[in-house]
Design a protein around this ligand. Structure first.
Ligand code: EPU
Length: 335
């Protein structure tokens, strides 16, 4: 276990916001997590994995806990199904690369997503028609304060769109140590989303490796280079509105992209709403809207959490005035 006092969190969050933590604890293994869960006291606590989905607003006066639990191994295989147990501190894309290299299907469309495995059940990370929650079959960890061990099945996690029990009843209370994924030796690939099919075909055929490569190429072409501009991926969720309201917007904007959710609701891409509201590529001070993907807010250098929130609020206001839709943040704001 490594403990640091009064430490900058700049390299611990992908937005690159430079605030300090009173105390930061890196837990190297499951025993460290259990100990810190039991002994961290009553003060404020924040679990930070890869820090790829947070906006830090100010210095954190409590303990920041970084689980660094390693390991990625097949623990069971029956017929077509293979269970892989992965430590919460494993870099998400290292796990996806492992699965693809082993010829296992189920997470290939989630290639290139930043962050650690421990955040995948919390946020139910998703991309290109696939969500982590579809493969997660067990999540283990410890409860903050009591140090009690928990083990949840996939359905216990109550996965929704960028949503899970860890954002509701267990919010701020659970430290994930391992996640089990049910993957398949053979399964249909999902190429239905946007330009994935064409990209895979242009690579000479449908293989797991080609799907992974196509997705990484598409992501790199749209998302900011982390070495140049900090960001936390999509800043807002794609709003879900009822289909009659979506039809009204579509009548005025025949080019509106949409996904029919089949329950009388329609998902409209927030990136499109933001672009139509004139914000793509706009900068306000030290933060702005990415010029290739308007759903991504970026740190243009030295931005504070307030600089980013200022852009977010202005963007939300414009979208509301133009379309009557309130955007909801996807990124977790930490005050
Ligand atoms: N669009 C625009 N202008 C923009 C951005 C997007 O018109 O500036 C349009 C695109 O043309 C497209 C549609 O909006 O028709 C969707 O865009 P895109 O495929 O880039 O995906 P998204 O809906 O903006 C979601 C996820 C991403 C995920 C991609 C790909 C959310 C909040 N975001 O973005 O996830 O990678 O789909 O599946 O659901 C993340 O959560 O951090 C994230 C990056």
């Amino acid at each position: 276990m490594h403990i640091y006092n009064n430490v900058s969190l700049r390299s611990y969050n992908t937005f690159g916001i430079d605030v300090k933590a009173h105390c930061l604890v890196e837990c190297e293994n499951v025993n460290d997590v259990e100990m810190i869960a039991r002994q961290s006291g009553d003060g404020r606590k924040l679990v930070l994995g890869g820090g790829s989905n947070v906006l830090l607003m100010s210095d954190f006066d409590g303990i920041v806990i970084c689980p660094k639990v390693k390991g990625c191994e097949i623990i069971d295989a029956r017929g077509n199904e293979v269970i892989v147990r992965v430590g919460s501190g494993v870099v998400w894309d290292d796990f996806v690369a492992y699965a693809v290299a082993q010829g296992l299907y189920g997470v290939e469309n989630l290639s290139g997503i930043p962050g650690n495995v421990g955040a995948s059940p919390v946020q139910n990370v998703g991309a290109y028609g696939m969500e982590a929650g579809q493969s997660i079959c067990r999540v283990e960890g410890y409860m903050m304060g009591t140090g009690e061990r928990f083990a949840l099945s996939g359905s216990d996690c109550r996965f929704g769109y960028r949503d899970s029990i860890f954002k509701h009843e267990l919010k701020g209370m659970a430290i994930v140590t391992t996640v089990d994924f049910k993957l398949y030796k053979d399964a249909p690939v999902q190429l239905g989303y946007g330009p994935v099919k064409a990209a895979v075909e242009s690579m000479g055929g449908v293989t797991l490796q080609n799907v992974r490569k196509a997705i990484i190429d598409i992501r790199n072409s749209k998302l900011p280079d982390p070495a140049v501009e900090g960001s936390a991926g999509s800043f807002f969720k794609n709003p879900e509105v009822d289909s009659s309201f979506a039809n009204e917007i579509e009548q005025k904007n025949p080019n509106m992209p949409k996904y029919d959710l089949g329950n009388g609701m329609v998902k409209i891409p927030a990136g499109w709403l933001i672009e139509q509201s004139g914000w793509k590529g706009r900068v306000l001070g030290k933060a702005g809207v990415h010029d290739k993907q308007a759903l991504v807010l970026v740190n243009k250098g030295g931005a504070t959490g307030s600089d980013v929130m200022n852009v977010a609020n202005e963007v939300s206001k414009s979208v509301y005035e133009k379309f009557g839709i309130r955007l909801e943040m996807e990124v977790c704001r930490i005050d």
